[in-house]
Design a binder for this molecule. Sequence first.
Ligand SMILES: Cc1cc2nc3c(=O)[nH]c(=O)nc-3n(C[C@H](O)[C@H](O)[C@H](O)COP(=O)(O)OP(=O)(O)OC[C@H]3O[C@@H](n4cnc5c(N)ncnc54)[C@H](O)[C@@H]3O)c2cc1C
Length: 101
Amino acid sequence: MINEAATPPGPRRVLIIGSGPTAMGVLHRLFQLSESGAISPDSFKVQLVERESEVGGLARTITDEAGFSWDLGVHVTGLSKYPEFLSGLTTLFLIEPLHVG
Ligand SMILES: Cc1cc2nc3c(=O)[nH]c(=O)nc-3n(C[C@H](O)[C@H](O)[C@H](O)COP(=O)(O)OP(=O)(O)OC[C@H]3O[C@@H](n4cnc5c(N)ncnc54)[C@H](O)[C@@H]3O)c2cc1C
């Protein structure tokens, strides 16, 4: 629970550590809430910090000196029973989930 009396005035500060898929999900949700009018875009200020020189976390592909590409982690997404997750994928990454069968 937020103690309103102890909350300083002005926009709430949101600090996101890392820029992997989880961070993208948080940003997407904040954008959705803002777009729908549930929260005002002026009511929060987001700062994202990433220790690497590139964004994406484990959802990155790196290319070595020989030109080979290496996927660090997540590159395959299975079917999900969470419509919110699938909707996030399609709108964030402009891809359509693969329907098998
Ligand atoms: C080999 C491998 C294969 C995988 N394959 C799949 C797959 O096919 N499908 C699937 O759904 N999932 C897969 N996963 C799991 C998937 O990669 C993770 O679930 C997903 O990346 C988690 O996202 P995340 O944003 O929480 O963390 P991460 O992707 O790890 O991102 C964390 C980010 O935070 C940054 N960070 C960490 N600490 C700090 C700090 N102190 N300050 C600033 N920045 C910081 C990191 O540099 C990184 O960019 C795989 C994982 C591995 C290891």
